[in-house]
Every structure is written in C-alpha cells, then in structure tokens.
Ligand binder design. Sequence first.
Ligand SMILES: NC(=O)c1ccc[n+]([C@@H]2O[C@H](COP(=O)([O-])OP(=O)(O)OC[C@H]3O[C@@H](n4cnc5c(N)ncnc54)[C@H](O)[C@@H]3O)[C@@H](O)[C@H]2O)c1
Ligand SMILES: O=c1ccn([C@@H]2O[C@H](COP(=O)(O)OP(=O)(O)O[C@H]3O[C@H](CO)[C@@H](O)[C@H](O)[C@H]3O)[C@@H](O)[C@H]2O)c(=O)[nH]1
Length: 462
Amino acid sequence: MLNVTVVGTGYVGLGTAIMLAQLGHQVTGLDVDARKIDQLNLGHLPIYEPGLDVMLAENAERLTWTSDYTSAIPHADVIFICVGTPSLPDGRPNLGYVESAARHIAANLNGKVQVIVNKSTVPIGTGDWVTRIIEDATDPQHHNRYFVVSNPEFLREGTAVSDSLYPDRIVLGGDSVALQRMRDLYAPLIHQNFTAPGHSPRPAEYTVPAVVETTLTSAEMIKYAANAFLALKISYANEIAGLCERVGANIDEVVSGVGFDGRIGHRFLAAGAGWGGSCFGKDTSALITTGQEYGYDMPILQAAIDINSRQRDIVLEKLRKHLRLLKGKRVAVLGMAFKPNTDDLRDAPAHDFIQRLTQLGATVIAHDPVAMPRARHEWAYLSYQEAPSAHAAVRQADAVIISTEWSEYRALDWDALALSMRTPIIIDARNVISDPLTVHATIEQIGKELPKPLAVSLGVTA
Ligand SMILES: NC(=O)c1ccc[n+]([C@@H]2O[C@H](COP(=O)([O-])OP(=O)(O)OC[C@H]3O[C@@H](n4cnc5c(N)ncnc54)[C@H](O)[C@@H]3O)[C@@H](O)[C@H]2O)c1
Ligand SMILES: O=c1ccn([C@@H]2O[C@H](COP(=O)(O)OP(=O)(O)O[C@H]3O[C@H](CO)[C@@H](O)[C@H](O)[C@H]3O)[C@@H](O)[C@H]2O)c(=O)[nH]1
C-alpha cells in the first residue's frame, strides 16, 4: 500500500483517485475548488460518471478530500498532477494550472523520495519544466530524491471506471528509480489481482494491460499521437460519409466492410456530428502548435480539425435545406453533452447548434438526460429553453436535431414523435434512428441517401 495524493479532482483526478483506492492504496484528493471538496466530503461525486459514485462509496475509508497542500503533500509517496490544460486562444495549452500545482507541490515536499506524476495531458517538454520548477523551489541536496514521471491517461468519459480498471496499456515515462515505484503502485492493475467491483467485473476477454516504459518525452508524445489518430479516424469517416451521400453509398455498410480489415478495425469510425469533448480539439491544436514551434507543418491534423468543423456546418445545412427560413421556427435539440453517459459539455456540437440557430432567429428547445443542470450554469449565456423530456422538446417543433446518441433517443418511438411535431423534419446527426423508412417524417442522416419519406401528414417532403 502506498500513500498517494491526486491534485485536481475533475474527470481524470477523480477516476484516478478512486481507481487507486480500489487497488488498495491510501489516497488524498486535493482540489482548489472548495465546492468540489465539500461535495466529496459529503460522499457526493461532483460529476456524472456511471459507476464511479458506487466505487467512491465502496472505498470511502481509503479516500480523503482536501484543499490543503500542506497536509496533502508531505506524506505522499506518489503525487499525481491531474489539473486542467485547456486551450489558449492560439491553440497552445494553458499550463497555468500545472505550474501552480507544481509550485505548491514543490513547497511541501518532504526531503524523502517522492515521485511527481504528470497525468494531465501536457506539451512535450513539460515533464522537464516541472522538474525545474521543483528544483528551483527545493534544497539542492534533495534534488536526487524527487522524480517526475509522465503517465498519460487514456480513459474516456462515460466509461471511465472500466477504462481505468481494465486499460489497454499503462504508459510510464521517466527515470528508472521512479518507474520502479510506479510499477509498485500499479502492481495490482498490471497483474489484475485486485478485487474487481461487482458493478464493473473484469471483461471476459480481458487479460492484463501492456506496460510501455519510455522516456519522459516519448510518453508525452504518445498521449497526443493517440488522441490525434482517433480524431483523424473520425474525421476520415465523416469525409467518406459526405462522398457516400453524393454517390448513393451507405456509410454503415462501408464502415462495416472496411472495418473487418484487421489493420483498420471498426472502432472510431462512426460518422455523425463530429468529435467534441475536452480532449480531441485541444490536443490536435496543441500538437499542431508544437509542430509550428519546431518549424514543422502537420497538414493531416489541420485537415482533421477542418473536417470536424465542417461537419457541424453540414448538420445545420441539412436543417436549412428543409426548413429554409429559421426565424420564428421552433427547433428541438436532443442531446447537449458532447457524448452519451456524461454531463460534460465541453466543445459539444449541441453548443454550436443552439448558438447558431438562435442567432438565426429560431426558438430552441433543448433536452439532455443528464447534462441540463450543468448547462444551466455553463451555458447560461445561450438563449434556449429546457424541456423535461425528449417528447416535450419535440412536441410542436418545426424540426429536431439529434446531436448526441443517448440510448434513450435510440429507443424512442420516432414515428409517434414525428406525429407530435408541427412539421416532421428530423436531422439525425448521430444516425440513431435504426429504421428511418418506417417513420412518417423527412429524415436526414449522415452518410446515407434515404429514399423519399413515407407520406408525411403535415405536408413537408424532401
Ligand atoms: N476528461 C478526460 O476524459 C481526460 C482524459 C484523459 C486526459 N485528460 C487530461 O487530464 C487533464 C485534466 O482533465 P479533466 O477533464 O479532469 O479536467 P477538469 O477541468 O475536469 O478538472 C481539473 C481540476 O483541477 C482543479 N485545479 C486546477 N488548478 C488546480 C491547482 N493548482 N491545484 C489543485 N487543483 C486544481 C480544478 O479545480 C478542477 O477540478 C487535462 O490535461 C486533460 O487533457 C482528460
Ligand atoms: O466513432 C466515433 C467515436 C467518437 N466520436 C465522437 O468523438 C468524441 C470523443 O469521444 P470519446 O473518444 O469516446 O470520448 P473522450 O472522453 O473525449 O475520450 C477521448 O479523449 C480522452 C481525453 O484525452 C482520451 O483519454 C480518450 O482515450 C479518448 O477516446 C465524442 O464527441 C464522440 O461523439 C465520433 O463522432 N465517432
């Protein structure tokens, strides 16, 4: 058992802290946001992440929450930095939170061997920079006792529990002494000999994670290269989807046929409204700006970003094709979170849809199964109305955009919903309607040319 402190209790910090407690470690979670710490001390999770609340309760005796660096750092064998690194306007990550965390950590180190782990996604070279911050602030006699490691995080929101407990790989970059401590820390995960929680059992096909040990620099690069490749894959699927629409092919059939090639695979080829979230946009931009700093263009990544932005325009164009003038129209937006099973609204396509529709004079009625309370604060500057259910959002609407593929939207009786609309125009930007030909509505999906709609009761046809 090791003493661990996790600095930053957002999506990654919470996942990390609670996972490490599940492995048997004694963990302190630290955040400067006192409201989050108060909530955690009451046993409440400040984010929505399926299964994490149960794991928090199950491991309560191994978890402590605080905002106080002086009590959280000195006793820790391993200190994780999990603070945010949001984009600056020029695309570079804002390292102010990392710097502040590093300075506070440095001021409270204890002179014994301690490992500081960068889990935040940080530009290449940040590990060395954090080392300098620590060395500048500490007694030179102790410098050979403090080690900085890069251990990037690969969890996805919505599946953070299983991604943390059953990862594909653990990437560890740094000096050999520090990596030995990291292997000790992760031993139950590496050998998969911890007690798995009942609500997230080990998947039958899962064995053990690969452990990839590298230099600090390579570990930092692995994180960006992985995210950029996933973003690229989705943009590629969206680009092919556009051509499918023009030549009469069907993207689902195309992806199915392409993905059976083991070199390509089926995952991350779902065409739709494009990628959102806090990572892909930020990390592709960061990689491009790193390239620029070294005089090296990265045109493939720029194309992935451009295609992703165009994809949001394409969704709105599909709407305007049928609705023409938006002024005075009532448009329902189903799904506000950037993906299902999270309340995270960062870079969600729905944000752009709501903003642009209201700018064009439409009234927007939005619904999300879990993200509406968060949107009330974070999107307070947008003018939309909330609906208590998907049914209520769609009733008497002139059109609906499905912007997030929540399973509850897949399960809706779309034919009945279409009947409740003023004009049944459905822009299914996530291809959730499995049998569009049975719905009496004008339906647009991504990457498919749908036959003419069934007779539409209120007269709008394609
Ligand atoms: N969200 C994801 O799915 C994901 C996955 C992998 C990697 N990452 C990376 O992990 C990092 C964290 O992302 P996140 O989504 O958890 O961010 P987040 O915004 O949800 O959480 C960051 C937390 O850090 C706290 N914080 C800021 N400055 C602090 C300081 N000086 N001391 C203590 N706490 C401080 C904030 O109050 C906040 O609670 C980012 O670099 C991100 O790119 C995120
Ligand atoms: O085939 C696909 C798969 C995803 N998406 C979209 O892509 C975005 C990102 O989805 P996902 O990757 O599942 O969610 P994140 O939680 O953002 O996770 C990504 O970003 C994290 C932060 O770096 C990494 O840790 C993860 O490995 C990486 O998958 C979402 O808007 C999805 O709707 C698609 O459009 N098509």
